[in-house]
Write a protein that binds this ligand. Structure first.
Ligand code: UDX
Length: 433
């Protein structure tokens, strides 16, 4: 099939490259000529494992990029909207970019002969596809939904860093279409995929609002598991019970599963905090107080600061003390620091007058934009040298091997926010254990 993909960020570029890998003919549309140029040279505008290889394999054959909506839409049968949905000041999502993309897409559809399908892949609150995107396209194109154009919502469940793998081996595919013809067109795109868990990976066919809700509930549930585990961990700690042992056993219940029960510094990233807040915002708009979801966010905000309390309980006043922060990215294998739990931790350390020495294999340059004046080291051992304490913030594999390195600290004291340090002769304080 001929597919156009609007937006060349994480979701758009991965979607485009993976559809090309599945044998479709893909055109990427982006308003930024630099990104367009990069894709046409086989260079992804963002880093994702395996993405550059896929782009190089298909560029010049069945994938290209353009800034021209008319050209892309005229030459394709279906367009995916994969643009950003940032949060506004109240945590609600800002649909400005989705609306602008819909406007441009609608006007291009108006110039095209024949049927076209529009699919929203951006994460949007329920009702957005049918009440915002479709009406804009209808008005801008002068065409009728369900007659001249089809529409649907097809959420992504891609983990950053593993997005290409997740796209090619999904646990599930959700298609919320406005009618059968749209559903058939979108479903046909995924025909070549092998599923991760065969018995669950049938396509869920539904309406757009339900598909939008599935995405929010998926992320909110995972975030809830983490905040729940953190709360249990905090209670266990007060009683000297090993929460990881507790959760290991609890996770063996097939109704629960062992994943996302790892307590520690809390969750960050571009999705969990934003999506839970957007669902809270939508619930409140409808007159419902979502107490549980609010608690999920509250636990997550307090959690990293508990690391500071623990540290202080061991070192005393942090004023003038050198504290090593290991890990700045919101999780391992990415340079992304959005909502990283290191951000509030470094803020609190600085407010208390500590000197921060940090190390992250990928994310230091990004953190410099927020904290230009802390020390950025080129290895863990440099960050640890002479430190009075260390906070482990990100689950980087290389931190698992640290043990002798902690001995270069003035006081080998480690507060582990990711449950990954197991060393004999250091003063080790698990956040939740
Ligand atoms: C997440 C979802 O997994 C993905 O399906 C969705 O589409 C986008 O959001 P991502 O943000 O890339 O993906 O990261 P993920 O690997 O899910 O981790 C999110 C955060 O939770 C990280 O900060 C991680 O450290 C934290 N986490 C994860 C925990 O604190 N405990 C856990 O048990 C698991």
């Amino acid at each position: 099939m001929k597919v156009s993909v609007i937006g060349s960020g994480y979701v758009g570029t991965v979607t485009a490259a993976c559809f090309a890998e599945l044998g479709h003919n893909v055109v990427c549309i982006d308003i930024d000529p630099e990104k367009v140029d990069m894709i046409n040279r086989g260079k992804p505008p963002i880093y994702e494992e395996g993405l550059e290889e896929l782009l190089n394999k298909h560029v010049g054959k069945n994938i290209r990029a353009t800034t021209d909506y008319d050209d892309a839409v005229t030459n394709t049968d279906i367009s995916f909207i994969c643009v950003g949905t940032p949060s506004d000041d109240n945590g609600n999502i800002d649909l400005g970019i989705v609306k602008a993309a819909s406007q441009s897409l609608g006007s291009a559809i108006g110039k095209k002969d024949g049927y076209h399908v529009v699919v929203v892949k951006s994460t949007v609150v329920p009702e957005t596809t049918e009440k915002v995107v479709v009406p804009i396209i209808e008005q801008a194109s002068g065409r009728k939904p369900g007659v001249d154009f089809g529409a649907g919502m097809n959420p992504e469940f891609l983990r950053e860093g593993k997005a290409v793998h997740d796209f090619m081996h999904p646990d599930k595919i959700v298609i919320g279409a406005i009618d059968q013809r749209s559903d058939d067109t979108i479903s046909a795109l995924y025909a070549g995929l092998k599923c991760q868990i065969k018995h669950t990976c049938q396509i869920t066919h539904t309406d757009p609002g339900t598909a939008e809700m599935i995405k929010y509930v998926n992320n909110s549930f995972l975030a809830t598991k983490i905040s729940f585990s953190n709360e249990i961990g905090n209670i266990c700690k007060k009683m000297g019970i090993d929460t990881y042992k507790v959760m290991e056993a609890v996770g063996k219940d097939s109704r629960i599963s062992p994943n996302f029960l790892n307590s520690g510094a809390g969750f960050g990233g571009s999705c969990f905090p934003k999506d839970v807040k957007a669902l809270i915002g939508k619930a409140k708009e409808l007159g419902y107080e979502p107490g549980l979801l609010e608690s999920v966010i509250n636990v997550n905000e307090v959690q990293p600061l508990m690391m500071i309390d623990l540290l202080e309980s061991c070192t005393g006043d942090l004023g003038g003390k050198r504290i090593a922060v290991l890990g700045l990215a919101f999780k391992n294998d990415t340079d992304d620091i959005r909502e990283s739990r290191s951000i509030p931790v470094i803020r609190a350390l600085l407010d208390k007058g500590a000197k921060v020495s940090s190390y992250d294999p990928m994310a230091a340059d990004n953190m410099k934009a927020i904290y230009p004046d802390i020390e950025y080291c080129d290895s863990a051992i440099h960050a640890l040298k002479g430190a009075n304490g260390c906070l482990v913030m990100t689950e980087w594999d290389e931190f698992k091997g640290l043990c002798s390195e902690f001995k270069v600290m003035r006081r080998p004291l480690v507060v582990d926010g990711r449950n990954m340090i197991q060393c004999e002769d250091i003063e080790y304080v698990g956040l939740c254990w």
